[in-house]
Design a protein around this ligand. Sequence first.
Ligand code: DGL
Length: 257
Amino acid sequence: MKDPRRPIGVFDSGVGGLTVLSALRRALPQEDFFYFGDTARVPYGSKPLSMVRRFAWEIAGFLLRQGVKAIVVACNTASSAALPDLAEDLSVPVFGVLEPVAKAARGYGKVGLIGTQATVESRAYERYVEVSWAKACPLFVPLVEEGLWDDPVALLVARHYLEDAPQDLEALILGCTHYPFLKGTLARVLPGVRLLDSAEATAEEVARTLRREGLLNPEGQGRVVHLVTGDPESYRNLAERLGVKVEELKQVSLEEL
Ligand code: DGL
């Protein structure tokens, strides 16, 4: 049954999807959300795609049991692993984060991509946009999860990964939802390169579809319930340092998935 008053489910391996959640809340202030961070199993990017696919199905199933009306896979690795199958098989609209940002990248000349190892190796972005240069940056997610996005160590790591980026790169897709937190650092290493992330483009796509499907919530309060598989207090501290106020927070055990 279509009920527009139900919440939207958003998930990621950790805090990265909060970049997408924030854009969703700006675009859709009347919607309520479940934000699921699989913090017990982060990072996804160094795991086999088949395993990440299983995680994505488990979390989507769990969110459906909570009664969500749509699911946003706010993780490039899970989107690369589980879409389009998840969208085809579930009874609610399912959104990934690759296609919206890839579409935005099409207007640029030479486009680069950085992402997790699993995302880069899956070549999933190449379905939507021509990528001239791609690099896996496996240390970026742990740097963000450890709260080091502004630390000099982040700058050193970014220089290491980006030193072989082509000089004439026009745009760089941040193909991981954790990476927008590193934008300041990345801009220092690649001045003049347009940094593109999925958050706004995905939120616009979700808003358009919900409107078209008659699924916009007429009376939501902008409530967000955060659900995490790892330690809740560490999650709260990190999310709040990233500028996200966590009012409702629950731990979900892996057995419940
Ligand atoms: N934020 C996720 C992504 O967009 C997951 C990163 C990870 O857990 O390795 O790929």
